[in-house]
Design a binder for this molecule. Structure first.
Ligand code: GDP
Ligand code: MG
Length: 191
């Protein structure tokens, strides 16, 4: 490969991939982590709750809107159940970005975002790009977390806030475009 063709990081250039970036998807059980990934990857939605067992990994190339490049992201979707907490180290290890997900209809999932973020910090991930996601906006009548609350947390965590629905697909593609963009920009120094 010539120098011209060579690019560092998970950027596809002339059809070649140099690396894949790791994005962890964290948040309480049943907030919709798996559903968001499934909606994004297959445009399908599963109403039945099928708890993730262990870790599920999804690899997706994402074309950047503002650059002539594609970033390949590997999403790590963890089981939220405590019996899988022993998987946390390999799960968090070496992550390049994170999606912090809560369910706008359940307050406990919102307050637990702080705990998930603290766990990430404990594994040395305080500097990586992140997005705060309030999922299930289609359940408007059951909403417990109003916008100002989420925006306050968003500022505290220095993570842009997006509201999504894995059911309707609202803002789902936006989340993935945004995280790809944040990863791309965060790796700028290496290109
Ligand atoms: P995870 O444990 O965070 O991976 O959550 P899942 O993706 O397995 O979703 C948990 C439950 O919430 C499932 O029954 C999903 O069908 C449902 N769910 C996920 N996202 C949404 C959403 O945006 N709207 C609604 N109404 N239900 C959702
Ligand atoms: Mg899951």
């Amino acid at each position: 490969m010539s120098d011209q063709e060579r690019k560092e990081g998970g950027i596809v250039f002339k059809g070649r991939t140099e690396a894949i970036y790791k994005v962890i998807v964290i948040g309480d059980p049943a907030v919709g982590k798996t559903s968001l990934l499934t909606k994004f990857a297959t445009n399908q939605f599963e109403e039945k709750y099928l708890p993730t067992v262990g870790v599920q990994i999804l690899k997706e190339p994402i074309e950047l809107k503002d650059h002539d490049a594609t970033v390949t992201l590997m999403f790590w979707d963890i089981a939220g159940q405590p019996q899988f907490y022993m998987l946390h180290r390999p799960y968090f290890n070496g992550a390049d970005a994170m999606l912090l997900v809560f369910d706008i209809t359940r307050s406990s999932t919102f307050s637990n975002v702080n705990n998930w973020y603290s766990a990430a910090v404990k594994y040395g991930l305080s500097g990586i790009p992140r997005i705060l996601i309030g999922n299930k906006v289609d359940l408007a009548e059951e909403r417990k977390i109003i916008l100002p609350m989420a925006e306050h947390l968003s500022e505290k965590l220095n993570a842009p806030y997006l509201e999504t629905s894995a059911l309707t697909g609202e803002n789902v593609n936006l989340v993935f475009d945004k995280i790809a963009d944040l990863v791309y920009n965060s790796k700028e120094n290496y290109r």
